[in-house]
Design a protein around this ligand. Structure first.
Ligand SMILES: Nc1ncnc2c1ncn2[C@@H]1O[C@H](COP(=O)(O)OP(=O)(O)OP(=O)(O)O)[C@@H](O)[C@H]1O
Ligand SMILES: [Mg+2]
Length: 229
């Protein structure tokens, strides 16, 4: 079966004045449908940079990113927001919820961004909140939610518009171990669907237990002989 997401010799060089940092160096990765891929590695090893290129947030300096076998890295910057909206849901360590919006509105705003008509967003946002067990918190502001609840709202938001791929950067880093486990279980469940995939960055041993494949980055390079997963 065709890979859902793939990187080919993907490389990112950051240039800060005269200093060049090769943050990701020649990474070949194949993400198959129906599983969780875990990216591990020390701080500064290029994990977030790699995930950002996979999610078309950041363009590679060289190399290719393919979604469903189609290269997207050659597209113009202006085409990338649509690619992101169509294919990806994102979950971050810091939750990144809008503080001035209620839980349900945080999801609605993403649905609107994805082109849903205004009249349709409320029922779907509530349905998504229900999916993470938070229908009763729909009208709460982020400041009134626990860390685990905030991350569940963030996960519900990542599900908005039914993306095929969820990219999660240290989603449990700010959670206690029990709530972290719940969030990982949600990601795992999502990835069980045959046409979905999750790529997660985590240091959490529980993430390692749940992952179908684990890859290690070191100084921007993938470790181990077999890069195809
Ligand atoms: N915008 C940027 N400009 C310049 N250098 C950057 C930028 N973002 C990251 N870097 C550098 O690229 C390297 C990889 O950073 P990245 O954030 O991808 O690492 P990471 O593995 O996610 O680390 P952490 O575990 O601490 O989150 C680091 O040396 C970092 O300093
Ligand atoms: Mg990082």
């Amino acid at each position: 079966m065709q890979a859902i997401l793939e990187t080919r010799a993907v490389t990112k060089v950051y240039e800060e004045g005269s200093i060049k940092v090769r943050a990701v160096d020649n990474v070949d990765l194949v993400v198959e449908r129906g599983g969780v891929l875990l990216i591990m590695g020390p701080s500064g090893s290029g994990k977030t940079t790699l995930l950002s290129m996979m999610g078309c947030i950041l363009r590679p300096t060289s190399g290719e990113v393919l979604i469903d076998g189609q290269t997207v890295s050659g597209l113009k910057e202006a085409a990338l927001p649509d690619i992101r909206k169509k294919h990806f849901g994102f979950v971050f360590q810091a939750f990144n919820l809008f503080p001035s919006l209620r839980a349900v509105e945080n999801i609605e705003v993403v649905l609107r961004l994805k082109g849903w008509p205004k009249a349709d967003v409320r029922p779907d946002a509530l349905r998504l909140l229900g999916q993470v067990g938070l229908e009763k918190r729909a009208d709460f502001y982020p400041k009134d939610l626990s860390g685990g609840e905030k991350q569940r709202v963030a996960f519900a938001r990542a599900l908005a518009g039914d993306p095929a791929i969820i990219l999660a950067d240290e989603p449990t880093a700010n959670l206690d171990s029990k709530t972290g486990k719940e969030v990982l279980a949600l990601l795992h469940e999502f990835a069980r669907s045959a046409d979905k995939a999750v790529v997660i960055i985590s240091h959490d041993p529980k993430a390692e237990e749940l992952a179908d494949r684990v890859v290690h980055l070191e100084d921007g390079r993938l470790q181990g002989a077999n890069h195809v997963i």
